[in-house]
Design a protein around this ligand. Structure first.
Ligand SMILES: O=C(CCC(O)(O)[C@H](Cc1ccccc1)NC(=O)c1ccccc1)N[C@@H](Cc1c[nH]c2ccccc12)C(=O)O
Ligand SMILES: [Zn+2]
Length: 543
């Protein structure tokens, strides 16, 4: 699709739309590389990705079955249910042995070739190439500013969770002033801690909002989960999944066949064939992920008749935010009760705080992780993090932003970034940080359209109780934005839906404000230390 700028001097064109189409078409990406280097880069990425996709670890304990475990569903089930710190440490270490450690030798060449491609596209390095779609030249300082707005809330939830884990595991495993050991947080990368909800929530006597048992009792299947998700979208007057979607998607892990299980959504650019690949288990987290993936498909469907150069998100964060925005309504006790996945709902202060805490264990906790993933990669592409300190710099960032530490000593023989899909799959990650901010802007705007939020009187109808289900008003407003695809700068798309042109952390902070107040009081009551400190060494040389 490379349009010779000499033949078409498009930068001189007057028509803004034609000019935009040529500009988008002229970005070559890795195709700018000479044939042999492009081939080498593709080989490295597919080698890293297939190694990750095939990775298994030995089962914990000395049983002689020597079964092996995959990430999905085996290891995730252990992270969900086990409180045996030695079993948690085993899966944490073994997953990194099976993935990052083996991928490390390939990474430096991947970095070199990616930077070469970026420079051939007239970018200084691949970091600049990756953030071009956000259309501002101070994008990285803006991300730091957003993080600084969120950090006080994160410090509160971090201090509270650390105390609850200290109560559960004792001071031989965790302190009350230091970083939290990463294997105790219910997730392989400590990116979201919602699996801790069950035994750390503020008011434990109040029923937990966990529809998994109802899903199992009602014989939910993966297909049923996607059908229920689809019905939410159609209730908004958005599009149903086309027949080919149901015929060609892979919604369950095919037994026997090796498959990269990391969820993904696919647009075949023929205005008809759209698919999801997801190794779905019947549980609430996978039900939410199903909405995330279906959000991608809905975007595909809404922009499918645009010139194909415009068949993309307004920016990459928008594409990640569609499904999550819908999921903010789906997750409410009110909605789950309405679709029969929650026996009853009690609208008390305690139930409210419990709910905000559960959502906060995903959304607030995720933000430092969503940010540091590309902070590390930007430093690598810019040569600020050199190969001999890959792992040291990774753990410096995990300590500094997330306030966590590894359960065992890490050295430069390890490569912990390579234990995360997006690092081996060459998938940028700041898109999820952007999504977690803008999805609350979208949610607030849609709730206003659904007459379930009033910005002039925000406490009259609390944003966290809003469910836009069956609101055609909200759906049509969402549709108008989705239909733009990437045909307009993302500021215009944002303004069309929300009335403002910038990313703004205030809707997220307003949403969680009752939880923030509760956590401040609770941490003051128990005398929690906010933040973390340690005298442990973080970096060790290759042995
Ligand atoms: O990676 C994903 C979901 C996978 C994806 O839908 O984002 C997928 C990633 C991917 C990109 C490129 C190739 C293969 C997989 N993205 C897409 O399928 C996709 C499709 C069209 C446009 C843009 C992205 N979520 C992130 C974080 C996350 C954000 N919201 C969530 C909700 C539930 C669970 C996780 C998340 C994670 O798991 O760390
Ligand atoms: Zn996604």
């Amino acid at each position: 699709m490379w349009v010779e700028t000499v033949k078409y001097p498009w930068s001189t064109y007057k028509d803004p739309d034609i000019k935009r189409q040529f500009k988008l078409m002229s970005v070559l990406g890795t195709d700018a590389l000479p044939e042999d280097k492009l081939k080498k880069l593709d080989e490295i990425v597919s080698a890293m990705e297939s190694l990750y996709g095939r990775a298994t670890i030995p089962e914990y304990g000395d049983n002689n079955l020597n079964r092996t475990l995959s990430l999905e569903p085996d290891i995730n089930d252990i992270l969900d249910k086990s409180t045996d710190v030695n079993e948690l440490k085993h899966v944490w270490v073994q997953w990194r042995e099976a993935t990052g450690k083996k991928i490390r030798p390939m990474y430096a060449e991947y970095v070199k070739l990616s930077n070469e491609a970026a420079r051939l596209n007239n970018y200084t390095d691949n970091a600049e190439f990756w953030i071009r779609g956000y259309d501002v030249d101070d994008f990285r300082p803006r991300m730091e500013h957003l993080w600084n707005q969120i950090k006080p809330l994160y410090l509160q939830i971090h201090a509270y969770v650390r105390r609850k884990l200290w109560e559960l595991y004792g001071s031989s495993v965790i302190t009350r002033r230091g970083p939290i050991p990463a294997h105790l947080l219910g997730d392989m990368w400590a990116q979201s801690w919602e699996r801790l909800d069950d035994f750390t929530r503020p008011y434990p006597t109040i029923d937990d909002v966990n529809p998994t048992s109802a899903m199992i009792n009602q014989n939910y299947t993966p297909k049923k989960m996607f059908k229920v998700a689809e019905e939410f979208f159609t209730s908004l007057n958005l599009s149903a999944m086309p027949q080919t979607f149901w015929e060609k998607s892979i919604l369950e892990k095919p037994n026997g066949r090796d498959l990269v299980c990391h969820a993904s959504a696919w647009d075949f650019y023929d205005s008809n064939d759209f698919r999801i690949k997801q190794c779905t288990s019947v549980n609430f987290m996978d039900f939410i992920t199903a909405h995330h993936e279906m959000g991608h498909i809905q975007y595909f469907l809404q922009y499918k008749d645009l010139p194909f150069i415009y068949r993309d998100g307004a920016n990459e964060g928008f594409h990640e935010a569609i499904g999550d925005t819908i999921a903010l309504s789906v997750s409410t006790p009110k909605h789950l009760h309405k679709i029969g996945l929650l026996p009853k709902t009690s609208r008390t202060y305690e139930a409210d705080i419990n709910y905000l805490y559960k959502i906060g264990l995903d959304k607030v906790v995720f933000l430092p992780f969503g940010y540091l993933m590309d902070l590390w990669r930007w430093n690598v592409f810019k040569g600020l993090t050199t190969e001999d300190q890959y792992n040291c710099d990774w753990w410096k960032l995990k300590y500094s932003y997330q306030g966590i530490e590894p359960p065992v000593t890490r050295t430069e023989n390890d490569f912990d970034p390579g234990s995360k899909y997006h690092i081996v799959g060459n998938v940028p990650y700041i898109r999820y940080f952007v999504s977690y901010i803008v999805q609350f802007q979208f949610h607030q705007a849609l709730c206003e359209k659904a007459d379930q939020f009033d910005p002039k009187n925000p406490t009259s109808k609390p944003l966290h109780e809003c469910d836009i289900y069956q609101s055609k008003n909200a759906g049509n407003a969402f549709k108008d934005m989705l239909k733009l695809g990437s045909s307009k700068p993302w500021f215009d798309a944002m303004e069309l839906l929300t009335g403002q042109r910038e990313m703004d952390a205030r809707p997220l902070l307003n949403y969680f404000n009752p939880l923030y107040e509760w956590l401040k009081n609770e941490n003051k009551r128990t005398g929690e230390h906010l933040g973390w400190e340690t005298n442990k060494k973080i970096c060790f040389k290759k042995d």
